[in-house]
Design a protein around this ligand. Structure first.
Ligand SMILES: *[C@@H]1O[C@H](CO)[C@@H](O)[C@H](O)[C@H]1NC(C)=O
Length: 280
């Protein structure tokens, strides 16, 4: 029992030492960044498409005028860019040219009178904006309705879906989807974002339709109904006529084939008959 109390005592001493050490460390971190202050953050657009330029503005309204200020842009609480604010200004514009998907995140700004390295700056305050970078192309899941082996002339239906949550530009309800075979875009369809579905159809399969198919959705390309106006020059009507000559040739060919077949069958019958006669 006594021993146990002793153990407990040494444990609490160890705990105290650890807590004291932690306090010292925390104080050091705080004192290191004590002169880093929160700044306001603004962005004209918080949802942008991939490869477009991202602009955010950091504003330091409360600071003393006429003093040099270092301003830092943070993403998910980590410093990613720094600029020196012009002396007569209270805002600084940061730009990320050709933003990629990895630039999606929660952005904030801080400033200080002393220069710090990006790894030294930490998030202060709760002024945060969420930036979403929307993919231009996203591979989607493709499936075939029915068996994946069909016969010539069969109807084939492909379904294209996206399993993860799909962010679109400006909350688009409809976007575009491509059906690709190898590297060729075969069909373009409208992808319904609420149903997460696009359907592609091959009305009557031919032999050369065999091959690997894939589907791509374009989350940054909104589809609007009545988007296109067509008139004389960008609009034409294609008429496909049944060719009488080739139809004639086809008929002629079929007849010829039948005649040959009959002749062949008769011939083999005759041969059989001849063979029978010889045997006798
Ligand atoms: C921003 O922060 C919120 C809350 O922590 C989180 O749910 C969200 O996923 C973050 N956004 C991004 C793009 O990381």
């Amino acid at each position: 029992m006594l021993q146990r109390v002793g153990e407990g005592g040494s444990l609490s001493i160890t705990m105290n030492i650890i807590i004291a050490l932690l306090c010292i460390l925390t104080n050091q971190v705080i004192s290191q960044t004590k002169d880093i202050f929160p700044a306001k953050i603004l962005a004209q657009q918080t949802i942008i498409s991939e490869n477009s330029d991202l602009y955010v503005t950091c504003t330091t309204l409360e600071r003393k005028k006429d003093s040099k200020v270092f301003i830092y842009l943070l993403k998910n609480g980590r410093g990613i860019q720094n600029l020196t604010q012009k002396q007569d200004r209270s805002d600084t514009k940061f730009s990320i040219p050709r933003a990629g998907l990895h630039h999606s995140g929660n952005y904030s700004c801080v400033y200080s009178q002393k220069p710090y390295t990006l790894s030294e700056v930490v998030k202060k305050g709760d002024d945060i904006i969420e930036i979403l970078v929307i993919a231009n192309f996203l591979p989607a899941d493709i499936s075939i309705v029915g068996p994946s082996t069909v016969h010539e002339g069969d109807y084939v239906e492909f379904q294209c879906t996206v399993s993860q949550h799909l962010h679109t530009l400006g909350g688009c309800k409809f976007i575009y989807a491509y059906l690709r075979k190898n590297d060729m875009i075969l069909q373009v369809q409208v992808f319904n974002v609420s149903q997460m579905l696009a359907t592609f159809i091959i009305d009557s399969a031919v032999l050369k339709d065999s091959g690997p198919y894939s589907c791509i959705v374009l989350p940054s390309k909104c589809f609007y109904e009545h988007e296109y106006t067509v008139h004389g020059t960008n609009n034409l009507f294609l008429e496909v006529k049944v060719d009488l000559i080739s139809l004639g040739l086809l008929r002629y060919g079929v007849i010829t084939l039948m005649v040959l077949l009959v002749a062949f069958l008769c011939g083999s019958n005759n041969k059989q008959a001849n063979a029978d006669m010889l045997e006798k």
